[in-house]
Design a protein around this ligand. Sequence first.
Ligand SMILES: Cc1cc2nc3c(=O)[nH]c(=O)nc-3n(C[C@H](O)[C@H](O)[C@H](O)COP(=O)(O)O)c2cc1C
Length: 325
Amino acid sequence: MHSLETTYIGLTLKNPIVVSSSGLTSSVSKIVAMEQAGAGAVVLKSLFEEQILQEAGSLEISHDYPEASDYIRAYTKANSVGEYLSLIKEAKAKVSIPVIASINCFSSSEWIGFARQIEAAGADALEVNVFFLPVDNNKPGSFYEQTYLELAEKLRSAIKIPIVFKLGNHFTNVLWIIRELYFRKINGVVLFNRFYEPDIDINKIKMVSSEVFSHASDLRSSLRWVALSANKVPNMSIAASTGIHTGEAVIKMLLAGASATQVCSAVYKGGPGAITKMVEILGKWMDEQGYKTIDEFRGKLSYANISDPAAYERSQFMRYFSNME
Ligand SMILES: Cc1cc2nc3c(=O)[nH]c(=O)nc-3n(C[C@H](O)[C@H](O)[C@H](O)COP(=O)(O)O)c2cc1C
């Protein structure tokens, strides 16, 4: 008989499949459904900086984009910080899987106070959904990197529960960022978030939203970086995210060295049953391969363990281009 148990940021999960921060975890009934489908943990939808600023009475909304401003006003009114804290408390009372809260921040430090309230409400951990869009060509990359690290320091000094940074894949050296976060006692990173990307409608000549959901092939960028970062620093958990649509994808990420795998688009598309299927496939594969625990194979194909690490270093298609006339 196999055990699917995994340790992630110091928490014991019954299996490594975690529902990502999104509308999938925006109510207690949805969270219960995720647990019943077999999820190992849930990350609550993010508490957005706009909600926090609204609560603090310092929300300034740009008047340049009336549609966006109306949306932000309506959203912050309907989703107060108080409701978020109630969601944590009620979810904790109803489910036995870990409940990880999430905050989104891009500029202010108001949210440090709210992080304390999130901890007091009983969240098992806090995921920080953070992205500083570098739009200023006067500032070097190091300026933005430093901002992440300052956030990590402030947050760590404010709360004791495990903290995870959910990162985008835009760093010049993501391995350095992970190491620096570790030095600031951050417990894990999620590689990677998938951000809203703008697109252009060439018929209406206006900005539109690009596709919201990922494709299964989007897994590959995360796969490389999970493999490269696994076991680089001790006790730093790596959660894989983006493009994990099947049980097979979960297995790949564990082989690359992930402690947990986060799923979102697959559950939006397939319902909570998608989680049940992933759990089944993982268990069946372990039985076929003769593995009793995840630790027996986790990281077997990570950069540190693979016999040909160059497989992860290869970044050019030279061999393929030369065969493709
Ligand atoms: C509809 C939707 C809402 C999301 N909301 C959040 C959010 O509130 N906070 C967050 O950190 N990520 C959010 N995300 C990103 C997901 O958590 C996840 O990182 C991303 O979709 C990549 O995973 P996937 O390929 O499994 O979809 C959202 C994604 C979707 C599709």
